[in-house]
Write a protein that binds this ligand. Structure first.
Ligand code: FES
Length: 511
């Protein structure tokens, strides 16, 4: 890259060559400006010099460039040729917005070679996918150029101090502009902290993150974007927008030189996180009947059947995540995550071994199933007298919390079955997403009535499907397009407005 080097620029395999000095902008190096339409004369305003960087070593994007690219609805690999400086070998393709009127012959890859300097692998650009959950933020750091996943991590959502569920947080945010700012800033701080943790683990710099995708429920999505949440906070819970959104990270309070793509939402309680889960499970192409279930503070459930998607959301509450349970905790070290009967006695497993510090959602579900089997809990959910001494503190209130949570989910599943005319036995697969879904024992879940009577072999734990879906959209324009198609294809059922909802809910409370 020294001053005496000559850079060879070739337009496509059969195109003309040009020799230029390294350090020039790609626009200056571009022979004849073929395929481009630089109407602002290289001032970085018009976007007519947009190119796709297919690989190579170029300078990073500044805030102004990111803003123009976002305005044009650009993809991660897009750059403005008038802003990019050639630092090493580069392969690029002219791709101005619209693309009309360009000469096809001049739109091939443009190798820019520096014979004396080996290329640095594509400038080491990073991508960050975030599953913006109510309880936790999960992040996936990837190398954008190789597509390699570098690190994953999760942190508690710092917004928790404003309420355990989305309605509490929205309520707080709506009490004053200052409160709104506090909740919004907490989300941005959380994402920044997550980015820092991941970069530290990978030995990289946060400044190398050039592309981000965010899959969040509508409340998390709106708050981070700074959108109006007035209609989201009260019935009929309408989002301000369900469209996919791309913004420069700095515009939403993230000190990261990236473009952020927010996956599209579906409805007031069905957001980009569920769309990402549908993407990860291939829900749009599933044949036969399948349920995609993501249970957290809120549960989103989709019934996929022969290419159709019908979705509902249920206020399952925080019990499945171990919250609002007397000895409840998340599924981390010290939590009881499995309980079973052995010779009529309760046995349990603690994550990481040692003495139990509490019980997580999956453990709670097991425990209640076991106590139902021994008759310690009756079918109405009443804890019989003298039931203490089970080794774990379980109160009557805990059981009631679990009943409310499981009834909410079950009513949702039954409504989807009814609405689509699907018999239980036609459900060939139940995809369980999320931490709780991954840890739960399907047999116990069926035993307490969380799910209809289905054989355990029909249940498949798919881990953090929302995170995986968000990750897949980081480098793939096709996946982003697929996410938009899925979001538009989904038919949303508003459960609470359906006739008989209360009766169904009350009927589902018992065991
Ligand atoms: S020439 Fe206008 S943005 Fe590059």
């Amino acid at each position: 890259m020294g001053g005496g080097l000559i850079v060879k620029v070739t337009l496509g395999p059969a195109g003309p060559d040009a020799d230029v000095s390294p350090g020039l902008t790609l626009l200056e190096a571009w022979p004849g400006r073929a395929g481009l339409d630089p109407v602002c004369g290289g001032k970085g305003r018009c976007g007519g010099c947009r190119v796709r960087i297919l690989g190579g070593d170029v300078s990073g994007a500044d805030e102004d460039e990111i803003e123009v690219l976002a305005r044009l609805g650009s993809r991660p690999e897009h750059r403005l040729a008038c802003r990019v400086r050639v630092l090493g070998d580069v392969r690029a393709l002219a791709d101005p917005p619209g693309g009309a009127g360009r000469t096809p012959d001049h739109r091939g890859p443009v190798p820019v070679s520096t014979p004396a300097a080996p290329s640095v692998a594509a400038a080491g650009r990073l991508g960050l996918a975030v599953d913006l959950g109510t309880t936790k933020l999960a992040g996936y750091l990837a190398d954008l150029d190789t597509g390699t996943l570098l690190e994953t991590d999760a942190i508690p959502n710092p917004q928790r101090r404003f309420g355990a569920d989305v309605i509490s947080r929205l309520g707080y945010a709506l009490t004053s502009p200052r409160h709104y700012r506090q909740v919004r800033e907490a989300a941005a701080l959380g994402v920044t902290e997550l980015a820092d943790r991941l970069c530290r683990k990978a030995g990289r710099s946060r400044g190398a993150i050039r592309e981000m995708t965010v899959a969040g429920n509508p409340a998390m999505h709106h708050l981070l974007l700074g959108l109006d949440v007035t209609t989201l906070a009260r019935a009929p819970f309408q989002p301000a927008t369900v469209e996919p959104i791309t913004v420069p990270a700095r515009e939403i309070g993230l000190p990261i030189p990236a473009l952020v793509y927010f996956l599209p939402c579906v409805a007031g309680f069905v957001g980009g996180d569920h769309v990402a889960a549908l993407l990860a499970t291939g829900a749009g192409t599933l044949r036969g009947g399948a349920l995609i279930v993501d249970i957290g503070t809120n549960a989103e459930i989709t019934l996929a059947r022969d290419g159709t998607l019908t979705t509902c959301s249920c206020a399952s509450g925080p019990a499945f995540e171990g919250a609002q349970i007397s000895r409840g905790m998340r599924a981390v070290a010290g939590a009881v995550d499995k309980v079973w009967l052995e010779g009529g006695r309760l046995r349990f497993r603690v994550i990481g071994g040692g003495a139990p510090a509490g019980i997580c959602g999956a453990g709670l579900l097991d425990l209640v199933a076991a106590l139902l089997a021994t008759g310690t809990i009756d079918r109405s959910g009443r804890l019989r007298a003298g039931a203490e001494g089970v080794g774990l503190l379980l109160t009557q209130a805990d059981i009631r919390e679990l009943q409310l949570a499981k009834a909410a989910v079950r009513v949702g599943i039954e409504a989807l079955l009814r609405e689509t005319g699907t018999a239980v036995e036609e459900i060939e697969r139940v995809y369980l997403a999320g931490s709780f879904g991954t840890n739960l024992d399907p047999e116990k879940a069926v035993a307490i009535g969380l799910f209809p009577p289905l054989s355990p072999d029909r249940f498949v734990a798919v881990g953090n499907a929302a995170g995986q879906g968000a990750l897949s959209t980081l480098t793939s324009p096709e996946k982003r397009a697929e996410a938009v198609c899925l979001a538009r294809k989904v038919r949303h059922l508003d459960l609470t407005s359906r006739p008989g909802y209360q009766e169904h809910f009350l009927g589902a409370l018992g065991f």
